[in-house]
Design a binder for this molecule. Structure first.
Ligand code: 13P
Ligand code: SF4
Length: 336
């Protein structure tokens, strides 16, 4: 391909979100990605919601906490983040000198978008006696306004690390916040945000499915709404859900989270049956449209041409780093 074609495509990355150039169809992308990893001393981190091909070529697949921990300790020169923007941004916050690339820069998050920093700053100013606990699914701007970051796997222990009478704002996920309020007996003030994927599950459809599969256990991510969580047999982060299916004795599960996780569940327990929890209107809305913007082709291109790249203002990075480091410290102490 001519250098002019590549230069023109690079100029378009900001508008399109990814490098839009044709790939030789005879290329073995799996082998190419492995070659690029070695040549560039790159590590490929992927979230469980990525398509199966991407998971299969990743060096590490995990939940948000696991991915942040891997990003913190990696010795690679380049971090390739197959996930959504806030995850790659977290990796950059922890690794200012490393190059962090993402297959599609437009892979955002409806939950993160539901909490714009200027609005949240005003909300925080209205409650000066509250500390701010933010779910990692938020922008660097929100992280910079937070005292500590949490993920779905450490939110309970981190909230419990504050004295019982400490007033707390929890942002941006009202469903995770309400769940943590319930399990800790706290009364955190919740920002009114939610994930478009986890809000779509239908209690009615799940109940009907349970009738048809009486032995199936319902396992749910805490981003789901309360009526779903109330009837769940197990609630946990993506890693928690996966581990549960590996250690629990049941043979069948209804899985109330994004469908990407089923790939690892099926690989780990091929004899078990995993049924995606149905959304309320028969759509494919339990596929996260942001996560699924990443493809093997875009992954290959972002590694080959090292773009789109995550960059960040240094003052913002330093402010956002503090609450992430606090989260990592508390998690390490708790053995997570
Ligand atoms: P975890 O993988 O940390 O459970 O988070 C789920 C999620 O929604 C990521 O966007
Ligand atoms: Fe955001 Fe929900 Fe997609 Fe996770 S599944 S990236 S919370 S929109």
């Amino acid at each position: 391909m001519s250098t002019e074609t590549i230069a023109a495509a690079k100029k378009e990355v900001e508008r399109k979100g990814f490098l839009d150039i044709p790939i030789n169809p005879s290329l073995d992308l799996f082998a190419e990605i492995e070659r690029l990893k070695k040549e560039k001393n790159a590590v490929l981190l992927a979230h469980y919601y990525q398509e199966a091909d991407i998971q299969d070529v990743a060096d590490y697949i995990g939940d948000s906490l696991g991915l942040a921990q891997q990003a913190e300790k990696t010795k690679a020169d380049m971090i390739v983040f197959a996930g959504v923007h806030f995850m790659a941004e977290t990796a950059k916050i922890l690794n200012p000198t490393k190059k962090v690339v993402i297959p599609d820069f437009k892979a955002g998050c409806s939950l993160s978008d539901s909490c714009p920093p200027p609005l949240f700053k005003r909300f925080k100013e209205q409650h000066p006696d509250h500390v701010v606990v933010s779910y990692i699914n938020c922008s660097a701007g929100i992280k910079a306004l937070s005292d500590v970051i949490v993920t779905s796997s450490n939110a309970k222990i981190i909230v419990e690390s504050f004295p019982k009478d400490q007033k707390i704002i929890f942002a941006p996920d009202k469903n995770l916040g309400a769940y943590i309020n319930k399990v800790t007996g706290r009364n955190m003030l919740l920002w009114n945000g939610a994930c478009m994927v986890h809000e779509i599950f239908s209690l009615e459809q799940i109940t009907k499915l349970k009738v048809r599969h009486p032995k199936a256990k319902l396992i749910a991510h805490p981003e789901c709404e309360d009526p779903i969580l109330r009837i769940a047999d197990y609630i946990g982060s993506t890693t928690g859900l996966l581990k549960y299916t590996q250690t629990d004795s049941s043979e069948e599960y209804i899985v109330a989270t994004e469908t990407g996780i089923l790939h690892q569940m099926e690989k780990a327990s091929p004899h078990k049956k995993f049924i995606p929890a149905p959304p309320d209107n028969g759509c494919a809305c339990n596929d996260c449209p942001h996560m699924k913007l990443n493809t093997l082709e875009k992954l290959y291109l972002c590694m080959e041409y090292e773009t789109p790249e995550i960059t960040m203002d240094e003052e913002l990075r330093l402010a956002a780093k503090k609450p992430i480091e606090r989260m990592l410290e508390i998690s390490a102490k708790a053995g997570l």
